[in-house]
Design a binder for this molecule. Structure first.
Ligand SMILES: [Zn+2]
Ligand SMILES: [Zn+2]
Length: 431
């Protein structure tokens, strides 16, 4: 039995090639289209010739020969066709189509050539669609930004008052050169979005950072069906399984109460955008007074301006020494390094982070406690989101990408690593 060409082709579906050279590919009668059937015309002979060409040449040769970089090959079976040059026995005709990868990696970031825009570019570009305002995703210097309405003030706070910013609501669409762009809840932090990009029937979703569980602060993650799903893998190891947040908040309250009764104040380190507001939302002020670091108050004010319901909380410098005793203070992790802490007298320190799942993370930071609370998907949530996307191909960024890709392939997914400089929770610590 011959190695069936369709089997071979299916193993090479993710081949990437470049647009402008498609016409020069011999054996292809028509410009590439998507979805697939009939992309090489109705002439069965031409189709078989195209297939044979691909089969013989191999993706690498193809790429080298034509300098192609950004083309996908999709193969399927047309059950109506029964004559074949490959086998003595008739078999269903293989159909092949070429399609442009709608999103591709360029040196400035994830790029959509058809719409001429980037998603979360790491260098200045003309048009940047931003998933959320964390520092590794929202960078300074682009000419135009598109982001969710409820992240506008925080983006201006971080990128400058004068940025050219267009905003969208969830599920609202805009078009760039015929490419449809819409934003969908990512459940990560206030104003965070998955970016859905659609062109010629092909749909990609760049989910940015996300979590599937509802944190009671940001609108909950909504699965978006697509052909290509780009997922983070910050916590893409099975040891990362996060408890329900109710349980974590119960533990925090209990610890805070204990510290208070023993004459200590409680300092809780949390990222100034997202985690801090989630804590504020769920901490019970009946346990004792709550103070915030100035970086967090600044972020709170910006979020309030965008309509987020976040209570006013005092800075430690505004409180009486008496009140600080037994109080809970929320501060960004960077505050641990300065002399800022000394103002509180005896204090116990804790961090709320997904990294607290790792033994040693707490010890290295000289913390008294670590609370396992993350704004990223844990192991189970990653699987949930990937399955719900129903995507044919999964692209993995952040963190444990190579391991996670292998794991997805073992589960039967088509998956690849997407190399980006997004850094997950560590970068957010500096935000
Ligand atoms: Zn983030
Ligand atoms: Zn990130």
């Amino acid at each position: 039995m011959h190695h069936h060409p369709i089997v071979w082709l299916k193993q090479h579906v993710a081949l990437m090639v470049e647009t402008q050279h498609i016409a020069s590919l011999s054996g292809f009668d028509q410009p590439p289209q998507h979805p697939s059937v009939g992309a090489f015309g109705t002439d069965a002979k031409a189709r078989v010739r195209s297939l044979f060409f691909l089969w013989k040449e191999g993706p690498k040769t193809l790429k080298k020969r034509f300098g192609l970089q950004n083309l996908g090959i999709e193969a399927g079976l047309n059950p109506g066709f029964a004559a074949s040059p490959f086998d003595a026995q008739p078999f269903p005709c293989p159909t092949v189509s070429l399609y442009m990868a709608l999103l591709e990696l360029r040196d400035k970031g994830l790029y959509c050539a058809a719409g001429d825009f980037y998603i979360d570019p790491w260098r200045p570009v003309n048009r940047a669609v931003i998933t959320h305002a964390h520092a590794d995703h929202a960078r300074y210097g682009s000419r135009q930004y598109l982001a969710h309405r409820a992240s506008a003030s925080v983006l201006r706070l971080r990128l400058g008052k004068d940025i050219a910013l267009q905003t969208l609501d969830y599920n609202q669409s805009v078009y760039m050169q015929g490419v449809r762009i819409s934003l969908h809840p990512a459940g990560h932090i206030p104003g965070s979005a998955q970016v859905r990009v659609e062109h010629n029937g092909e749909i990609w979703v760049a989910s940015g950072d996300y979590k599937v569980r509802d944190d009671g602060l940001s609108p909950a993650f909504e699965p978006v069906r697509c052909h290509h799903f780009i997922t983070e893998s910050t916590f893409g190891l099975p040891l990362f399984r996060f408890p329900p947040q109710e349980q974590v908040f119960q533990d925090i309250h209990q610890w805070w109460g204990q510290n208070r009764s023993e004459g200590f104040s409680t300092v809780l380190f949390a990222y100034s955008l997202g985690k801090a507001q989630r804590l504020i939302k769920h901490l019970n002020p009946a346990t004792g007074p709550i103070f915030v670091h100035s970086a967090i108050r600044q972020t709170n004010s910006a979020l309030q301006a965008d309509g987020w319901d976040i209570p006013e909380l005092p800075l430690p410098s505004e409180g009486k020494k008496e009140a600080l005793k037994g109080a809970l203070v929320i501060a960004p992790p960077a505050a641990a390094r300065g002399t800022w802490l000394k103002a509180f007298g005896p204090a116990r320190l804790a961090t709320a982070s997904g990294w607290m799942a790792l033994r040693g993370a707490r010890r290295r930071q000289a913390l008294d406690r670590g609370f396992l609370l993350s704004d990223h998907a844990d192991w189970d949530e990653l699987h949930q989101a990937i399955e719900a996307s129903e995507a044919a191909h999964i692209w993995v960024t952040h963190g444990y990408r190579a391991l996670f890709v292998r794991h997805l392939q073992d589960l039967g997914y088509e998956a690849s690593v997407l190399e980006t400089p997004f850094a997950g929770e560590e970068a957010e610590a500096e935000a």
